[in-house]
Design a protein around this ligand. Sequence first.
Ligand code: NAD
Ligand code: DAO
Ligand code: ZN
Length: 369
Amino acid sequence: MDVKAAVAYEPGKPLVVETIHLEGPQAGEVLVEIKATGVCHTDAYTLSGKDPEGLFPAILGHEGAGIVVEIGAGVTSLKPGDHVIPLYTPECRNCAYCLSQKTNLCQAIRATQGKGLMPNGSSRFSKNGTLIHHYMGTSTFANYTVLPEIALAKIREDAPFDKVCYIGCGVTTGIGAVINTAKVEAGANVVVFGLGGIGLNVIQGCCMVGANKIIGVDINPSKKALAEKLGLTHFVNPQEVEGDLVAHLVELTDGGADYSFECIGNVNLMRQALECCHKGWGVSVIVGVAEAGAEISTRPFQLVTGRVWKGTAFGGARGRTDVPKIVDWYMDGKINIDDLITNVMPIEQINQAFDLMHSGKGIRTVLTF
Ligand code: NAD
Ligand code: DAO
Ligand code: ZN
């Protein structure tokens, strides 16, 4: 079938919105009509050419929501008409990783997903016979896309696509980092580095679990107001701190943070996030994705004296199980998504959406089809 897609032909070049060819779903696969998709920093990172796993040409996009149109042979958990959110971290419930119950990093289709292909090693996208790669197993910058059944979370039908698409990455990553990875408890003091599309969701997660002090660190003061609306108790602009930022944060938290989250992707800030944690028990979670080849460092004595360094992917969420629950939280008014979606525009304006993101204005742009 012909589909409308934003094609990334070359690193660093604008996306081209055009008609391309999409093959129907094969065994274990599902054809989905994408109704809305968010634009995330990870798409921009891959488009920049800095992502060592980035493949071109490709259909980027991993934060979508849509409707099942057709199912391939053997698909049992979904039917045409179901509303779904694509999962870049699938959940097969059958591989050693899923069965371990210790991680959300399902490996069932990892090898082919990383090569921009469907599990049988081929792509469903092409243009004039030339292969176009899938991306993160999702490729939501197209009005129709094909995904493995295990990479789709079925959600309720009254949830608005142009809001809940954000649960496909940012919301789940931020809230999940708090609930699943750090397991922040009521009364905890928390420091969040970076108050963007991820960090703001860490704040709402902290607020949900009843954290005490929720301290946000950001060089952009325009992030303060929305962060406060979501539960931030203290805003720290490092450029206005006299002296050492870590010492300032330790003082603010009466001896160190119980939990900290790095939501920027900067290895120097990852170190500060660890070192502002409380001696003996403070846990620091790395959420931001640093540039390929970057390395973190600290004095080992930081760990010897009880601080713990962790990381999280997709907030530790098991997508098919957890995403429908997060959609319910939104529909029940327990989490705020509306205020974080600062721009909605048609897919034709996708390059403007990337420009907006790079400008630091707004939080999330959602594209509609
Ligand atoms: P964003 O650009 O919306 O937010 C980043 C924030 O950091 C901005 O508010 C910016 O002002 C602030 N900032 C930048 N440099 C700073 C500095 N030196 N000191 C203090 N603040 C600074 O980005 P985002 O969408 O929130 O994504 C954050 C990171 O999370 C990215 O690296 C992204 O790739 C990553 N990410 C990780 C996962 C995961 O599963 N681990 C999922 C999605 C995104
Ligand atoms: O190796 O099993 C694996 C999974 C690797 C991908 C995990 C995703 C990490 C988060 C990247 C940012 C997502 C937008
Ligand atoms: Zn699995």
